[in-house]
Design a protein around this ligand. Structure first.
Ligand SMILES: [Zn+2]
Ligand SMILES: [Zn+2]
Length: 101
């Protein structure tokens, strides 16, 4: 199901994706895996924030959040989390909660 837009959407507006774990549609997908190809983005796996830690560690998700916020113009302009940052933060918190058990 190719749904690649003509131009890259802003980071603040991630598309609705199906979680690879629970198979639910999520408005806040977190990238949990994928294959980069020379010709452009290849297959990318998304998970909802609640499932992302099944595929990525808390450290990894925390680092991704930091990397996102320093590079995201939407986060910088708003001075707050955009949807992508929110998803990463939620995923990170879920991962830490899991690790604390
Ligand atoms: Zn899920
Ligand atoms: Zn952002």
């Amino acid at each position: 199901m190719p749904d690649a837009p003509a131009h890259t959407p802003p980071a603040a507006a991630p598309a609705r994706r199906m979680c690879v774990d629970c198979k639910e549609m999520t408005d806040r997908p977190v990238i949990v895996g994928g294959v980069e190809q020379n010709s452009g983005p290849g297959w990318i796996a998304y998970a909802c924030p609640a499932c992302a830690h099944h595929y990525r560690t808390a450290d990894d998700l925390g680092a991704a959040l930091v990397t996102h916020t320093v590079n995201c113009t939407a986060c910088a302009a708003a001075g707050a989390d955009c949807a992508t940052a929110e998803a990463l933060r939620e995923a990170h918190q879920a991962a830490e909660a899991e690790a604390d058990r």
